[in-house]
Design a protein around this ligand. Structure first.
Ligand SMILES: [Zn+2]
Ligand SMILES: [Zn+2]
Length: 598
C-alpha cells in the first residue's frame, strides 16, 4: 500500500524547535554584540543557522558562551508572539538593521522571504517576538522557549557566507547549530556525523588503496588500482550473473555516437549541457556517449524485423558514459565525469509492462538484499495534471496501474509523487537507507512511450500489423563508481567476504614459514579465494594490524606448529581469534561465509 502522505518537514515540531532556536541564538548574539547586524536565520535539514554582520570574527569560545546564554533564554520559558504589521511599521522596527530593511523591501514587492525563497504572491509581513528579541518572520515557532530541550541543542561551527549568496555583497559570519527533541537524538546525530567522517569514501578509498584522482588525468576521472578494479569487477560480475539468471542479455555498444542520433531521440536538447564537445570527422560530429538508450534502441532496430513472439527483449550493458559535470559539483566517486551505468532496456508490448516491471522489481530486491540494503522505499513518479507529459491517457493509466499492482504484489513500501514523472512515462526510484540512515537513490525503472517511436522501432503484432514497442529503462545499482562510493561508506570499508577484493592474508611468523605460507596460498587460490602473502620482514603483530586496517576478512597466521599440523591460525578483522584450524575446515568456513553473503 502507498504510505500515508509524509508530514512536510516545515510542518513538523522539529522544524519549529530549530527555527525557534535560531531566533534564540540571534538574541544571544545581539546581547553580546549590540552593534551586530542580523541577516537571515532559517531551519535547515539537520539544524539551523543565522547570518550576522559582526564587529569581529567569532571564536569557538564565543560559541560556548552564546550556547550557554541560549540555555538561559530557554529556561525563561518566554512565549513566541506573532504580530502582523505593514511594511512601513516593519521599517520602523528594523530602522538600524539594513539587511532586514532589504528583506522588507523584497517582501513588499513580493520578491523573496526572510529565508531567501522567491515568492510568487505578495506575502503578509509578520514579526515574532520572544523575551526582548523581535525578528521579521513568517514562523512557525514553538509556543514557548521552554518547549525546547536545553540539553538537545548544540552550536556546531562558524562559516563565511555572502549576503544573499552574492560574492559582490558583504561577507557575513554564519553560525550553524543543531537542535533535537531529546538529548538522545542529539547524541545519535553527533555520533552519525563522526561516523560519516570516518567512513568518508574519499578518505577510506585512499587508506584501502582502491582509487585515485590525478591532476594529470583531469577532474572527475578516477583511476582504479588493482584492488579497486577487483572490487569493480566483483560488483559488476555479481549484477551481470544475476541479470543473466533473470533472463537479461548483455550487449556492447561502444563509446562514440553520431550527434545526429541524439537530435532524433530528443536527448540532444536535454543533455547538450552535460555532453563533452563534439569530435568532428569528415564533417560528421560525434559525441562521447552520455547515455545508452539510443544505442540500445538502434541495435534493436538493426537486428531486423521483430515479431511479438521475440518480446520481451532485454538488453543490458556496463557502459562507461561521459558527462560534463561542473568541477565544483564533483564529489569523490559519488559524482564523476566517467560513470559506468548498469543500464538495461527492455523492449516489450504494452501488455507486458506489468510482468516486466515485476521482474525488475524482484531483481532489484535481490541485489539490494545482497548488498545489505534492507531499508528502502520506492518513489513512484506519476504525471501531473498539466505540463510536459505526453498526452495519451490510456497509456499512462494502464502503465500506472501495472506499476502499482506490481509494487503491491511485491509488498514494497512506496509513495506516489504526482507530477514528478519524466515526460515520456511513469518511473519508480528506489530510495535506500545506509547504515547511518542516509538516503541514497539507487535503482530506477522508467516506462517510455516516446523514444521508441522517435527512433522508428517496430514489431509485428499478433494482428500482423506494425506496432511500436514500449521500452523500460532500468538501472540496478545506478553506476559502478557512485555505488562503490556508497558501499565503502555503508560497510565502512569492511566489505562482506564475497565482495572483499582481498579475502585472506597469509601471515608467516618467521622467514622459515614463508614457503609453507606460499603453498597454502596457492592451494586456497586453487579454490578461487583471493589471497595475499605478507612476505615483508615486519613483525607478526605489525602485519596483523595492517591487515586489520585494510579490513581483510581473514588473517591466516602460520608458524612451526601450523606447518607441522597442516593448519592455519585464524584471526578475523573483528578482532576475534578462533585459533588453529585445519585447512579444510577453514575452506568450508570461507565457502559458507560467501554463500551466506557474510
Ligand atoms: Zn524566523
Ligand atoms: Zn535508458
Amino acid at each position: 500500500m502507498p504510505e500515508q502522505k509524509q508530514e512536510r518537514y516545515e510542518d513538523s515540531f522539529l522544524y519549529r524547535i530549530r527555527h525557534s532556536a535560531a531566533h534564540i541564538m540571534a538574541q544571544a548574539v545581539l546581547e553580546k554584540f549590540p552593534s551586530a547586524k542580523i541577516a537571515i536565520g532559517p531551519a535547515i535539514e539537520d539544524g539551523f543557522y543565522y547570518d550576522f554582520d559582526l564587529p569581529r570574527s567569532l571564536t569557538p569560545d564565543d560559541l560556548a558562551e552564546i550556547e550557554k546564554r541560549m540555555r538561559q533564554i530557554i529556561a525563561g520559558n518566554y512565549p513566541f508572539v506573532k504580530k502582523v504589521i505593514s511594511a512601513d511599521e516593519a521599517r520602523h522596527v528594523f530602522a538600524d538593521q539594513p539587511y532586514k530593511l532589504e528583506l522588507i523591501d523584497g517582501l513588499e514587492h513580493g520578491g523573496t522571504d526572510e529565508h531567501g525563497n522567491i515568492l510568487t504572491e505578495k506575502p503578509e509581513i509578520s514579526l515574532y517576538t520572544h523575551d526582548n528579541f523581535t525578528d521579521l518572520c513568517r514562523g512557525p515557532h514553538v509556543e514557548r522557549t521552554g518547549q525546547i530541550n536545553p540539553s538537545a541543542i548544540k552550536l556546531m561551527n562558524i562559516a563565511g557566507a555572502y549576503w544573499r549568496g552574492d560574492e559582490k555583497r558583504p561577507m557575513l559570519q554564519r553560525i550553524y547549530g543543531t537542535a533535537w527533541q531529546s538529548p538522545e537524538d542529539l547524541e545519535e546525530y553527533l555520533w552519525k556525523l563522526e561516523e560519516a567522517k570516518k567512513r568518508d569514501h574519499r578518505k577510506l578509498g585512499k587508506e584501502l588503496g582502491l582509487f585515485y584522482f590525478s591532476e594529470d588525468i583531469g577532474p572527475g576521472l578516477p583511476l582504479f588500482t588493482p584492488k579497486g578494479e577487483m572490487l569493480r569487477h566483483l560488483m559488476e560480475d555479481y549484477v551481470r550473473e544475476t541479470q543473466t539468471r533473470y533472463g537479461y542479455q548483455h550487449v556492447w555498444t561502444g563509446h562514440l555516437v553520431k550527434e545526429e542520433l541524439y537530435k532524433r531521440s530528443g536527448h540532444y536538447d536535454n543533455y547538450k549541457d552535460v555532453m563533452f564537445p563534439p569530435m568532428v570527422d569528415e564533417n560528421i560530429s560525434f559525441r562521447l556517449k552520455p547515455m545508452n538508450c539510443p544505442s540500445h534502441m538502434t541495435l534493436f532496430k538493426e537486428m531486423g524485423r521483430h515479431s511479438y513472439r521475440e518480446l520481451p527483449m532485454r538488453f543490458s550493458e556496463f557502459a562507461t558514459l561521459y558527462r560534463y559535470e561542473k568541477t565544483g559539483e564533483l564529489n569523490g566517486l559519488v559524482r564523476v565525469r566517467s560513470l559506468t551505468q548498469d543500464d538495461c532496456h527492455t523492449f516489450c508490448t504494452p501488455e507486458q509492462i506489468g510482468s516486466e516491471f515485476n521482474l525488475s522489481l524482484r531483481l532489484i530486491r535481490e541485489v539490494l538484499d545482497r548488498y545489505r540494503f534492507t531499508d528502502y522505499k520506492v518513489r513512484l513518479s506519476l504525471r501531473g495534471k498539466t505540463g510536459k507529459f505526453v498526452q495519451d491517457d490510456e497509456k499512462w493509466e494502464t502503465a500506472t496501474a501495472a506499476l502499482r499492482a506490481a509494487l503491491n504484489e511485491n509488498q514494497v513500501d512506496f509513495f506516489e509523487a504526482e507530477g514528478e514523472a519524466a515526460f515520456y512515462g511513469p518511473k519508480a526510484d528506489f530510495m535506500a537507507k545506509d547504515v547511518l540512515g542516509r538516503e541514497w537513490q539507487l535503482s530506477t525503472i522508467q516506462v517510455d512511450f516516446i523514444q521508441p517511436s522517435r527512433l522508428g522501432l517496430t514489431y509485428i503484432g499478433e494482428d500482423g500489423a506494425e506496432h511500436v514497442p514500449v521500452v523500460l529503462h532500468r538501472a540496478v545499482t545506478g553506476t559502478t563508481e557512485r555505488f562503490m562510493g556508497v558501499l565503502i561508506e555503508h560497510f565502512a570499508g569492511a566489505f562482506p567476504v564475497w565482495l572483499a577484493p582481498v579475502q585472506a592474508v597469509m601471515v608467516p611468523i618467521a622467514d622459515r614459514h614463508l614457503d609453507f605460507a606460499r603453498q597454502v596460498a596457492a592451494k586456497l587460490e586453487g579454490y578461487g579465494m583471493r589471497v595475499q602473502v605478507d612476505d615483508r620482514g615486519d613483525r607478526m603483530n605489525a602485519k596483523i594490524r595492517d591487515a586489520q586496517n585494510q579490513k581483510i576478512p581473514y588473517m591466516l597466521v602460520v608458524g612451526d606448529k601450523e606447518m607441522e599440523n597442516n593448519q592455519v591460525a585464524l584471526r578475523l578483522r573483528s578482532g576475534e581469534n578462533p585459533g588453529p584450524v585445519d585447512l579444510e575446515v577453514f575452506i568450508k568456513r570461507w565457502q559458507a561465509d560467501v554463500a551466506k553473503g557474510n
